[in-house]
Design a protein around this ligand. Structure first.
Ligand code: DHB
Length: 388
């Protein structure tokens, strides 16, 4: 079979690109290893910057997000026994929306299918061919049958462990990486939110984060050993750790509830440059990873494909490759700023086991500076809402 753009991966990057291309009259086929039910149920990120919301709204898939997402105008930093509010809207005029990634996926899959889009789930043995030529192709197996798509372009939106990035020939890309010596233990809890806004807590026992997924589900995280096992953490042990890190003397209490999911995520910063080789273009986690602090991952995926959709439109409508040639540089500019911000938030808020007493006091002094200085709060807020 033939299409214009073959997209590997039905995450936010792949699905949104397919949707944006469709609106521009460009055909695509999306391949995904997992089932539709699986991708629509896996709970991942949850925060959308205003710019991400704008893209979803402008492209006609924002209706449920506007109705069900929770608009947040600020968040809190907690440290040293006190909580400090960062007023995003007052500082930047912008806000963020807490709307889970799998809900974005549900909305995009529905939009693609309603428009007759070609999404193929549960495919296997995906392989990319001839990406150095103007006639690349993708082979895969679906329902036991070998298939092949000939395309003008292949988009690798298949995540950090996908098959696309390794297709760059040796010496054609540089990888930048930092792996952090801790992970996040994440839980989902049946209960109303403990707080109207997110709370990022720095504590000597380790970082903790109070977030939410819906009016009846809380999302809570705490810093842990990345090699720890979920089985080592009973519900009681989790609650006592969270209470210890989050509660101070101001009477605020963390709400408990039934824990219905537990998981440990590793933390890394990673960038592959360039994000393009020949007719293969990478988007989202296939090209870059941020640690979760600051919630930039899904937003970067969305901004990559906004640039890519524009570049592909210019290619098909005006016959110019300028946008495609500039894709990597344009995307990486934003990626590196988000890498910086995610690294900075991570460093500011986590407990590093090997930090000297001096470094621990410098970390506290930096936090004090951030909450005391309007200029520093503004820089933080601009990065957080993605005001660039
Ligand atoms: C969430 C994750 C983050 O990394 C963050 O900074 C805020 C919220 C979340 O999953 O809810």
């Amino acid at each position: 079979m033939r299409t214009q753009v073959a997209i590997v991966g039905a995450g936010p990057a792949g699905l949104l690109l397919s949707h944006l291309l469709h609106l521009q009259g460009i055909e695509s086929i999306v391949l995904e290893l997992r089932s539709r039910a699986d991708i629509e149920a896996t709970i991942r990120a949850g925060v959308l910057e205003q710019g991400s919301m704008d893209i979803l709204n402008e492209s006609g898939v924002g209706e449920r997000m506007r109705r069900e997402g929770a608009l947040h105008h600020g968040f809190e930093f907690a440290f040293g026994g006190e909580r400090h509010r960062i007023d995003l809207t007052e500082l930047t005029g912008r806000a963020i929306t807490v709307y889970p990634q799998h809900e974005v996926i549900i909305d995009l899959v529905a939009a693609r299918l309603a428009a007759g889009g070609d999404l193929r789930f549960e495919v296997s043995e995906v392989a990319l061919h001839d990406i150095d030529t103007s006639t690349p192709s993708v082979t895969f197996v679906q329902g036991g049958e070998a298939q092949r798509i000939d395309a003008d372009f292949v988009i690798g939106a298949d995540g950090f462990h996908g098959v696309s990035r390794p297709m760059f020939p040796p010496g054609t890309r540089e990888d930048f990486q930092r792996v952090y010596p801790f992970g996040w233990f994440g839980i989902l809890v049946e209960s109303a939110p403990s707080s109207d806004e997110l709370i990022y807590a720095q504590h000597e026992r380790g970082f903790a984060l109070v977030s939410t997924r819906s009016p009846t589900v809380q999302r809570l995280y705490f810093q842990c050993d990345p090699h720890d096992k979920v089985e080592h953490w009973s519900d009681d042990r989790i609650w006592s750790e969270l209470h210890a890190r989050l509660e101070h003397n101001d009477g605020w209490k963390l709400k408990e509830g039934k824990i219905f999911q537990k998981g440990i995520i590793g933390m890394r910063s990673f960038v592959c440059a360039p994000m393009r080789h020949g007719r293969l273009f990478l988007a989202g986690d296939a090209a870059h990873i941020v640690p979760p602090t600051g919630a930039k991952g899904m937003n970067l995926a969305i901004s990559d494909v906004r640039i890519l959709a524009g570049a592909l439109d210019a290619f098909y409508k005006q016959g110019t490759e300028d946008g495609l040639n500039g894709y990597s540089e344009a995307a990486l500019k934003r990626v590196w700023r988000a890498e910086y911000f995610s690294w900075w938030m991570t460093r500011l808020l986590h407990t590093f086991a090997d930090a000297s007493p001096f470094e621990r006091r410098i970390q506290r002094a930096e936090l004090e500076n951030v909450v005391a200085s309007r200029a520093m709060r503004t820089a933080l807020a601009e990065n957080y809402v993605g005001a660039f």
